[in-house]
Design a protein around this ligand. Structure first.
Ligand code: XMP
Length: 320
């Protein structure tokens, strides 16, 4: 893509001019955006960049390991992996079921942990973020309406006011599909670049109600099976975002000769261009039936599966 090649060269020149001999710290979320930002900045200024990956224990199956491997082994980008699951889960336990309390707690802890790591590294002059154009506008207004906060967004963002660092945001003018093109241009593996978006607060907002390690483990297993079925059906790239949501509702079922009383799992899948609006994905029933059977048979703790047929608006993509 010639225009993206030009964007890459132009942006690298801008980063060099902005940063000079300064030191840059970049928070990795595990998602495509912060990864593309980090690789681009690394290309511009090399080891003046250090990445910090705050692992909040709210990632999907094997996700944290994959991120660490990609950065350390494939790109040789200096990376600090902070394992903070215990801290996040103990603080989330105090939030009860309130979605905004959960989001705000995760945002606050993220900043605290990140801040502490930045100090350990001896500080930095710049903070890099994978902010996209839709992040800039969605936090200001919603669907062209009045300025209102639908959800307290947590990216790797929220950091700037606290930390007296200047921002480096090389993706600020791009939409998600353009970030993917840029990622390919930078040689990031297709399996990584093509990944569905994943929110900063992770599985915490896909687990309505109180967060426990046990629920997160159930959700991780079910989510992995769901995504496996989507890939097998050749639908991963057709769908913009798909995930499972573990509901805090238990219902009665029967397994063999036994009565069960377990969680309900909701499946979500949407098509979208930029996440601002979305349509639910019209699976065929055979796919849904097959996936539900597999999840109920393989995941202890779930005995019922439902499919979310809400578009955005009026729904949002995530449940919290
Ligand atoms: P909603 O649920 O608002 O989500 O329709 C739109 C898109 O944004 C993602 N999302 C987030 N991404 N931090 C993020 O980095 C967040 O706090 C956050 N909340 C939602 C969501 O996954 C979807 O792609």
């Amino acid at each position: 893509d010639w225009s993206m090649a030009a964007y890459r060269a132009e942006t690298i020149a801008k980063i060099k001019a902005q940063v000079g001999k300064g030191r840059v710290i970049c928070g990795l979320s595990g998602g495509v955006d912060s990864a593309v930002a980090a690789v681009l900045i690394h290309e511009a200024i090399g080891d003046q960049l250090t990445c910090v990956f705050v692992d909040h224990g709210l990632m999907r199956m094997n996700e944290a390991e994959e991120v660490v491997r990609l950065f350390r082994d494939s790109y040789n980008i200096p990376l600090v992996h902070v394992e903070a699951e215990a801290l996040f889960l103990s603080e989330l336990a105090k939030c009860g079921a309130d979605p905004e309390a959960k989001r705000k707690t995760i945002g606050r802890l993220f900043i605290e942990v990140f801040d502490a790591e930045a100090k350990k590294l001896g500080g930095a002059d710049f903070l890099a973020q994978g902010t996209l154009y839709p992040d800039v506008i969605e936090s200001v207004s919603f669907s062209g309406g009045p300025s209102v906060t639908i959800k307290s967004h947590h990216n790797v963002g929220g950091l700037p006011e606290r930390m007296k660092m200047k921002l480096v945001e090389p993706l600020r003018e791009l939409f998600k599909d353009e970030v993917r093109v840029l990622g390919r241009e930078l040689g990031l593996p297709e399996a990584f670049v093509g990944r569905h978006p994943f929110p900063g607060p992770g599985l915490a907002i896909r687990c309505p109600g109180e967060i426990t390690r046990e629920k997160l483990d159930i959700l991780r297993k079910a989510d992995a099976i769901y995504l496996d079925e989507i890939r097998k059906a050749g639908l991963y790239d057709v769908i913009w975002q798909a995930f499972a949501v573990l509901l805090p509702v238990r219902t009665v079922g029967v397994m063999g000769d036994y009565r069960t009383y377990d969680h309900v799992l909701a499946l979500r899948a949407v098509t979208s261009v930029d996440g601002m609006t979305a349509d639910f994905y019209p699976y065929d029933m055979a796919f849904l039936g097959r996936t539900a059977t597999r999840i109920i048979n393989e995941v202890k703790g779930i005995n019922r599966v439902v499919y979310d047929v809400t578009s955005k608006p009026p729904g949002t993509i995530e449940w919290e």
